[in-house]
Each structure stands twice: as C-alpha cells, then as structure tokens.
Ligand binder design. Sequence first.
Ligand code: FE2
Length: 328
Amino acid sequence: MFTLSFLDISSSQIVNELKSNGYFIFEQALTEQYVEQLLQEVNFQQILVNTNDVGVVYAYNQKFLTHCLASSKKAYDVITSQKVLDICQEYFDASYKLTNHRIFQNSKHAHMPWHTDNNLQIGSKIVGKHNMPGLLFLFYLSDVTKNAFQYIQDSHTYSHKYNNEIYLSDSFINGNYKKDILTFPMCRGSIIICNIHGIHRSEPFQDKNYSRTNLLFQVDQIGSENIGHGEKNLVNTEYLDNLTPELMDYLGFNFKRNYPPFPSTSVATMTPNDILLLQKQLLPQTLNAFAKNIVKHILPNELITNGKRMLWHLKSNRLNISKFSNKQ
Ligand SMILES: [Fe+2]
C-alpha cells in the first residue's frame, strides 16, 4: 500500500510538522500499483439509478463515491491503516473519529471558495464553526497539475477570526494573504494532511480534458458536547479483518451521526449533458420494460410461471449436459 519512503517517516515527525506548519505533504505515499488497484474498484461511469447498492452520484462536474468504505476494500485499508491511526493517536489528545470520507473526481472546471473544514451542521446545512481539533487526509489518485490543493500558510492559527463566515472571497484572500498561498501540484499517490482549521481550497481550473481524482477523509476529536457530529460510516463487514477497540471507536461503532452523506444529490444536480447520456442508456431499458409490461398484462399468470419453469429446466438440462461432456 504505502511506499517504503513514506513508511520511513515516523508518525512523530509527521505530527511535529502538522503541529508547527498546519500541514504535511509527501509525494508518492501510495504505490503506483495500489492506486491502480484502488481505481479499479470505482466505476465513475456507472451512476445510481434505482440501483440497490452503494455507488457513484454526480454533483455538477464532480462525481462522488461517498460510501467507499462499503465498496472499496483498498480505500477501506487506507482509511483504517495503522499509519493513519498512528498519526491520529499521536496528534489527538483524546478519542478521535472518522467524520466523513469519499472518493471523488473533479472534471472540466471547478471554482471552490476558500474555507475551513471545522463545520458544524444541522442536517446538511452548515450552521457554524467548532473548535474541535481535526485532520484532513487527502490522497491524489491522479497526477495533479491543475486544481491542486491550496493552503494559506499559518491560517490554522488565526482562522477563528473568520468563524462567522462560511467562505472567504477570492478578493479578500488576494488582498490580505496572497503571499501566503501554498499550492501543491503532485503526482498520483501523494498525500496531504492538514489541520481542518487551516484556510484551504482547490485551485480553480478550466480544462475540458482534465480531471482530478482523490480520496479524502476527515478525522475529528469529537467531544461529548458534539455528539452526532459527522456522517454515517457504511462499512462492508467483509472488510473488517483488522477490528480492534481502537478501530471500532474510530469508525464510530455505537456513535450517533446526524449529518447526511455529502453531497446531497438528485437528477437536478446532474449536468444537462450527463442527463442526456443517462437518457440514452435508459431508452433501450425503457422500451424493454414496456414490452415486458404488455406481455405481463396479456398473458395469464399461470402461463408465465409455466414458461419460466420450462426455461429453467431447459437451462439446467443444458448445464448438466455440458458438465457431463466436460467430464468425458
Ligand atoms: Fe475543505
């Protein structure tokens, strides 16, 4: 999973950098092969339409697999890795929990406003800022030359001055902190960890041939006064091969979660082009459903059941014959 050079850096060193700078970066923390295998577990082209599973949704030019702990073992292994837990263990003074997580892809254009991630929510609405310690983990899953993560140096020490703002405007940041903007273009597999109180964004970009793919998750030291803080963690139980009391606490076993999954999506959050592409996929299925419906209405139920039985017998006979001839 992790490159030897990343594993060589001790958690104490990473935490020291986080405490003094507010961020830590490392190029190629994940191996090429691991990133490749992780991406094979995500199909950004297949979106959820009456699908009885977790999967990908579209929010304008962003595609999200929010519940990746339920559908990507590779993502699960990164999020629950000993390295991540060691960093958290050393960084936080008290119990810490996974607050949210997702794999997402930005395409064509994006203009994210400057913000911090110490948000308090009621439902999906941000209602204020909190002062709980927290860390944001971001892994690049594609080479990032545009739309790179940007962080305002030392902003974690003073961002509380802007606690009454949900976002900070480009003109305000350019007027006051332009010289402090750090930009991190890096190759895929790279990691950025930062203090959630730091002011950050992804650098705006416009390029219809470019996309950036990421794994992102946030860990907060949630105090007893903030029970319910965070999104639910849907986990595939098949993946839980490393359960310890520490990990159960981190994943939020028996811990209340009040926030809905991010982002909130529907057909209305798809681009017109994506809606058209979806219609194209749905057209043959719609015609098929109509045809089936007509047949169901015309033929008596008994006849349909007998037809299904005959088909099943034919298929199982064929299967037995082919098994038999294979043995010969
Ligand atoms: Fe953020």
